[in-house]
Ligand binder design. Sequence first.
Ligand SMILES: Cc1ncc(COP(=O)(O)O)c(C=O)c1O
Length: 461
Amino acid sequence: MSMRLINESKINESNSKYQIALDEAERWLKVLSSEKLNEYQRRKVVKDTVDNFNSYYNKGFLEYRKSMTEAGQYAAVEWDGQGSIITDIMGRHFIDCLGGYGIYSAGIKHPKIVDAVSKQLHRMPLSSQELFDPLRGVLAELLGEIAPGDLQYSFFINNGTDAVEGAMKLARLYTKKPGFISCLKGFHGKSYGSLSLMGKAEYRAPFGPLLPEIHFVPFGDAEAVEFELRKAEDVGFGIAAVIAEPVQGEAGAITPPDNYWPRLREICNRHGVLLIADEVQTGLGRTGRMFAVEHWDVVPDIMCLGKALGGGVMPLSAFISTPKIWKVLEENPFIHSSTFGGNPLACAAGIAAIKVTIEEDLPGQAATSGEFLLKRLKEIQSYYKDYLVAVRGKGLLIGLEFVDNEFGYSVAAGLFRRGVLVAGTLLNSKVIRIEPALNISRELLEQVLQLLEETLKELTC
Ligand SMILES: Cc1ncc(COP(=O)(O)O)c(C=O)c1O
């Protein structure tokens, strides 16, 4: 073939590829802007979603998600949501007790948060990166006001893992030491730094070697932290910081003994290492206080936030520290940066989320509803002791521990079929987490309890 013909056939090939992409994009943009879809169109959305996950995203999810395996004739494809209710494209309603793993503390589509974001969307969605963007400063100010003690300066990014990466870099920069002490079963994210702090083999093992000089201790055991610090001193390992979740989330809503955080604070002070509280899951009211460390009156040196910070509307995370520690970032502010971190849309969401959290006393609501739920769940447990072996948590971060993974999955699947979303996958269901919006109504919680009893009855009779 001549050079000209080869070039023409390449152009034709890419034209037809572009045409397919163009047609498909146009069709979906029409779907998005349709007020109402007919039955055929809705079924097509379900089919396309499954086909696209299968062919272009990750077919593993089709095997592992209850929205495929437990949804009956049509996979459950989310389409709309409000407060604590999610509606799929076929019009089925789900009570949201998973809360997107903690992002929906203010509920789905809180009107004040949506309003703030849409106003900013039409003014200036992303930052020029040169002119000063005002909302970044405002959000930092609000966090500085509400954060414990002298935590004052914030850096914004998009995911929890980004917040942990930043906290690790700040701790190393400030202390000039490389090591960290983390907790067994701890979860801090899945990028390389945060993964190195992960206390679970299944997520770490395939990706080693990870960062060196990370030492693991049991969660809730402050003496084990001190033992590690003494060992490190004896052999000359430099430790930058101790990091822990105030209440372990992913590990199954595990609350430490009441003296744990005060002891950590005292031990870190004595050994001259920083204390990092990973409040990505617990922050902004989830456990019944604005920040979980406030249950124990402890001020960490660095605090990580994420999930609920974006008000369930935008991805937003932060790490926050004291003026003294922040100085090392001021010497060269470009030493740690992010193109999209702290963008105006996310900051508008964060500002509105903080307002809603205070105005509606979301931490107080989490404390009251959490107490109610824990009491009722423990009553249910007393009838199903052989299957539901523990009920625990703080505020609305609640874990139900079942006798094994299989039984836990059957409960999560049974709840799903009854229209209740809880955390729990085919691979990880021994502990099912309940993390609803902090303003979920008592009526919905009563319904969830009734459906849980119904599910347990069905599975055990
Ligand atoms: C305590 C904690 N830290 C960090 C992360 C990572 O957050 P992301 O998935 O947004 O990166 C999570 C996520 O569940 C978390 O629970």
